[in-house]
Design a binder for this molecule. Structure first.
Ligand code: HEC
Ligand code: HEC
Length: 404
């Protein structure tokens, strides 16, 4: 009896040990798999994706200070920067919409309303802005490469990379007819007019003095640009679940999201959507549809080649509708666009197939993989960004422009 019981007990112990060992081995195996995905080391030519840095850099000539950021925030929300005092940067880049606007093409001058409800006023001769408004979140990292290197002085801006750095970018929309200037003021007069207005407001004189105390005349175009850029650099969201996973938290993604990440790479997406911003910041011809009907003319991209810059894939929750033309409403539609690249005629009839980017030719999206790739893309959302809206702006105008 006793002998039999001992045998049974030993057997049970042995089986328990086996099960335990098997589980341990499996976990070890899983961990190995996770590390491989995280490192993305092979095959190298498919591109490498990575977490964002935890801190951002500023240009040497414009170190970040609390005073500049505060001034920049007020300027950003103040329609005093626009010709008719009706449009602020925040009109098209609003915190509620991830510093974008939810429209296909933005409505600046002579518009009323907020987000997707924004419309031109009844009598209108102002066109839509030419391209879809990008989110400003993480633009501090524009130009970052696969190794995490970047120079804020040379950061590419806009869908065609025509302007370098947040500082230089920030003066452009002010001068642009349909974005902020309107028809009352000539383009070359616009920035001097704005500077003159700011100088006449005691609140701004004080804030500029505090931010640029070493300058004899602190209220200048360049200091306005420096302050706005300093504010924009603080709009960082670098703790998506994807970032947590890449930094070592193996449980930050579900099994099917990890699979989606693998499929994203295997489908060729990371050939262009690589590095910590999931963008190579280069120009590519994809032949996506243009928005001629809204624009009233044909946008032809960089140097009339229909090339556009690879956009970041972070915070896609806020960048819909998609592409430079805003013509694709959902991620499903974007994925179908990529699936169709392989064989179907391109949506832009002005782009012959031979002109398609050499990397785009390598994209292979299988219909059955689309849901998991989208699941992965959603892990790149991070809602923890600064949404502070000032209660008032020094001009006394309505915060964010005509967005009621
Ligand atoms: C009428 C809407 C509108 C207003 C107002 C506006 N923008 Fe934009 N913004 C856009 C559009 C559209 C683009 C893309 C244009 C392009 O690529 O050709 C853009 C692009 C940008 C970019 C480039 C982001 C990137 O990754 O390339 C930055 C930065 C930016 N805007 C900041 C600002 C600032 C600062 C202001 C205020 C001084 C401002 N915007 C006012 C619509 C607007
Ligand atoms: C050849 C380079 C390249 C490859 C490969 C590529 N993309 Fe893109 N992607 C771009 C460019 C360029 C755009 C902008 C095109 C435009 O606006 O006309 C874009 C736009 C997008 C957008 C819209 C983002 C927004 O905010 O509007 C998404 C989403 C996207 N790509 C996902 C993917 C996925 C998923 C894959 C893999 C199936 C992929 N891309 C493969 C270059 C590429």
């Amino acid at each position: 009896m006793i002998v039999r019981r001992t045998v049974i007990l030993t057997l049970i112990l042995f089986i328990t040990l086996c099960v335990f060992l098997m589980q341990a081995c499996q976990q070890q195996d899983n961990r190995k798999k996770k590390r491989t995905v995280a490192r993305q080391e092979k095959p190298e030519d498919l591109g490498t994706i990575a977490a964002l840095p935890t801190v951002f850099k500023s240009p040497e000539y414009n170190p970040s200070t609390a005073e500049k950021v505060e001034l920049g925030r007020l300027l950003f929300f103040d329609p005093i920067l626009s010709g008719n005092k009706d449009v602020a940067c925040a009109t098209c880049h609003h915190p509620e919409f991830g510093y974008s606007d939810m429209l296909e093409l933005p409505i600046g001058v002579n518009g009323t309303g907020f987000g997707s409800k924004r419309q031109f006023n009844a009598t209108n001769d102002i066109p839509f802005a030419k391209r879809n408004a990008p989110s400003l979140i993480n633009t501090a990292f524009n130009g970052i490469d696969e190794k995490g290197d970047y120079t804020p002085e040379g950061a590419p801006m806009f869908w065609d990379t025509r302007v370098k750095s947040l500082e230089l970018q920030s003066l452009q929309p002010i001068k642009q007819l349909e974005e902020m200037r309107g028809r009352q003021i000539e383009e070359h007069e616009m920035l001097p007019v704005v500077v003159k207005r700011l100088k006449a407001i005691p609140g701004y004189r004080k804030l500029f003095k505090a931010a640029f105390s070493e300058d004899e005349e602190p209220v200048t175009e360049m200091n306005m640009a420096k302050a706005i850029a300093s504010f924009e650099r603080t709009l960082v969201a670098n703790n998506s679940r994807f970032d947590e996973f890449m930094r070592g938290d193996a449980n930050a993604l579900t099994a099917s999201e990890k699979e989606g990440m693998q499929l994203f790479i295997e489908s060729g997406c990371a050939l262009c959507h690589n590095g910590p911003m999931l963008s190579d910041f280069k120009l590519h011809v994809l032949g996506a549809a243009e928005n001629e009907e809204k624009l009233g003319f044909l946008d032809s991209g960089f140097n009339n080649t229909f090339a556009y810059r690879t956009p970041t894939l972070r915070n896609l929750r806020y960048t819909a509708p998609y592409m430079h033309s805003g013509k694709l409403k959902t991620l499903d539609q974007v994925m179908t666009f990529y699936e169709d690249l392989n064989g179907k005629p391109l949506p832009n009839p002005h782009v012959p197939r031979e002109q398609l980017d050499s990397l785009a030719v390598k994209i292979k999206v299988e219909f059955k993989n689309i849901p998991r790739i989208i699941e992965f893309l959603n892990t790149l959302n991070d809602d923890k960004f600064d949404r502070t809206i000032p209660d008032a702006v020094p001009s006394g105008l309505s915060v964010g422009g005509n967005i009621k």
